[in-house]
Design a protein around this ligand. Sequence first.
Ligand code: ADP
Ligand code: ZN
Ligand code: MG
Length: 488
Amino acid sequence: MSWETVIGLEIHAQLSTESKIFCGCATRFGDEPNANTCPTCLGLPGALPVLNGRVVELGARAALALGLHINNKSIFARKNYFYPDLPKGYQISQYDQPFSANGQLEIMTAERDDAGHPMEWRPKTIRITRLHLEEDAGKNVHEGLPDVDRYSYIDLNRAGVPLAEIVTEPDFRSSWEAYDYVNHVRRSLQWVGASEADMEKGNLRCEANVSVRRVGEEKYGTKVELKNLNSVRFMQRAIEYEVARHIKVLESGGRLTQETRLWDDRAMETRVMRSKEEAHDYRYFPEPDLQPLIVSEQFVEDVRRAMPELPETRRKRFGEQYGLSYADASQLVSERSLADYYEAASEASGNPRATANWIRTELLRELEANNLSAADSPVSPHELGALVRLIDEGKISGKQGKDVLVEMFKTGKPAQTIVEEQGLVQVSDTGEIDALIESVIAANPDQLANYRSGKEALFGFFVGQVIKASKGKANPKVVNERLRAKLN
Ligand code: ADP
Ligand code: ZN
Ligand code: MG
């Protein structure tokens, strides 16, 4: 009998504010330990929290980008636990009245083949349970060897940095669905400027709850929570590892325990961190030092109006307005700067489909090789558009265009300048092309005989030879026409 995977995800995203959520300290990363602290984020007696308005605005952007409803009233609550990096002895979070709840997020997802390539993209709706606002804890830093000269330090620069916690229902049925969801959320948050959402920098952290059940069974199985997932790919692998482990235990008649496990990306396995018995009872209660957070309809409307067009809306529009395929459109909206680049370039070229092609095949390769985003491209969208236009107008060939683009990328010069400097012109002159055709035919009598006796595929051979003889300058369209006239 086969098994079904069930996954629910919890994401913590750092909101991109300059100052912390309840005090004026900087959120800057990489400063001297404890440089960015004050009585409030150190948890000193008598210090009071004051909510940072920018957190509410970015939280609202995040919620709207994920299609969530924003509650008119939410309540901050104390989540009590004792840990060295939590000086107050509690974290200010939200509990039964969160900032935002009840979302239905449509993502695009695909299973992957053995080589990791997506198979068939399909839409899937994920229910988002809630998005709440909270503060981050500090960091414990350990140095030296255990039992020899081990020192532990506490850095509270991160204490009080604003987070949005985003929790889903257990709606994922495969590790790839979870993978595609996290990427979707990351892009959405970056797109609207709510968070940098970079897992490597730790400003987006993800926990996966995983269980399995027999296909057809309604009741969920025992879940395990996975932590320490440092990239989306590691999360996907950790889930796969965990699912296989669950199935093995259950099929050999064993039982699973509800526990938290850590992913070890060197050993490529998960290990127990703590069991359910060690789980905290947080004794939540409303934070007495903060008012309920009231968010008006007008505020939500203002935030909504200030937001850029969202990626999925833009993808659909690219399909309808420019006739792009799903694959083209979705790649072009993978980042906001790329989507902006595309629209500017296609306006300059007057040929949206060709522009999409040039960006996807040629420009992105150069950008990736140089580790640049579209916003930092040495070739401006206007110049890429001009290049596409030169090819469209038959001034240079597509093949020449590729070399020109590489040169534009290297030198930053406009397409027209490079074309002039290198004396590039596409030969469309029928007299010149006819002469080339004559010499190619004369040099290949066997192929000619075979072609005439019915091997029509050889037509392509002749086209290729003529273009080669012209050093890539012959206009392929004219070559085709003249060859056909000559041979038939
Ligand atoms: P807990 O009380 O242990 O925190 P919650 O019900 O709050 O559990 O859910 C936490 C996360 O775990 C949510 O993302 C939820 O979708 C997911 N989850 C709950 N039950 C399961 C399960 N049986 N299998 C997988 N994920 C689950
Ligand atoms: Zn502070
Ligand atoms: Mg919970």
